[in-house]
Write a protein that binds this ligand. Structure first.
Ligand code: PAF
Length: 279
């Protein structure tokens, strides 16, 4: 496994492997089983697997957790080695000095995390586009844990005709249902226990929809009653493809929640109603 630490060295690596099928799992490090599942999904599909580790300042707001975002490069490297990753791209600096280009996606980024974290998706799309360019990857894997991000990246790739196949990876949960996230490391025992209420709230909606309740306001009422958090950020049911809010679940839909436990913001989501086909 190679460790590549600068954008120039990444370009040189990509040039050396230009005849291989290259897969990329972009991450911000502090890897957990969710990331590992994305690597395992991509590993058999490609000749060379790259994992990027970069805590991208562009996608953090001024009052967010950039400075304290958890890091553990040695443990990350060990996890990558066990999956058979060929290359870790872990630069200190990602952007050139005179950097002045950003990538922004329209409607899909206006609600949910896009509304609560202004500039977030522009930061994500910009770094992901740069990672695609530097690694020259043919495929890239993004988890359904960040469902809105996945939909935004798919839109961007199609709109800009980027030659990268986006492979969605299922959300991975702990045995008790908590969605895996690097930010779970910030939770106290008590916050973590209450954090389980995000999944329970989503399950209440999915179960009710499966039992025939299609009115979104009624579904949301059920879910709100189950949330035990310090500050809800959003709770919505949206069209699974357009991410527009729904009044009635009459098509593949996604229930999404974001909430603060102490200072930690957790997000989670679940399919509601008919399944979405990823083709
Ligand atoms: O999902 C993440 O960890 C980040 O948003 C990503 C895709 C690595 C871009 O920084």
């Amino acid at each position: 496994m190679e460790l590549v630490e600068t954008p120039d060295a990444m370009v040189a690596w990509a040039e050396r492997h230009r005849h291989d099928r290259v897969g990329l799992v972009p991450t911000m490090g502090y890897l957990h089983r969710g990331h590992v599942s994305l690597m395992e999904l991509l590993r058999p599909r490609v000749d060379r697997l790259v994992v990027s580790i970069f805590v991208n300042p562009l996608q953090f707001g001024a009052n967010e957790d950039l400075a304290v975002y958890p890091r553990d490069p040695e443990r990350d490297a060990e996890k990558c080695r066990l999956v058979g990753v060929d290359c870790i791209f872990q630069p200190q600096e990602m952007y050139p000095e005179a950097f002045q280009t950003t990538v922004s996606v329209g409607d899909l980024t206006r609600g949910l995390c896009g509304a609560r974290r202004p500039g977030h998706f522009e930061g994500v799309c910009t770094v992901v586009t740069r990672l695609f360019g530097l690694t020259r990857c043919d495929e890239a894997c993004f988890g359904e844990k960040d469902y809105q991000q996945l939909m935004v990246i798919r839109r961007m790739v199609e709109d800009l005709a980027l030659p990268v196949t986006i492979v969605p990876g299922p959300l991975v949960r702990d045995a008790d249902g908590l969605a895996l996230s690097s930010r779970n490391a910030f939770l106290s025992v008590e916050e973590r226990r209450r954090g389980l209420s995000l999944h329970r709230a989503l399950l209440a909606m999915a179960d009710a929809a499966a039992a025939g309740e299609v009115e979104v306001p009624a579904l949301l009422d059920r879910a709100r009653g189950r949330l035990d958090v310090d500050r809800p950020d959003y709770l919505e049911v949206v069209d699974a493809q357009t991410m527009q809010p729904l009044e009635v679940v009459d098509r593949p839909a996604r229930a999404l929640v974001a909430a603060f436990l102490g200072r930690t913001r957790l997000i989670d989501n679940l399919a509601v109603g008919p399944e979405l086909s990823w083709t």
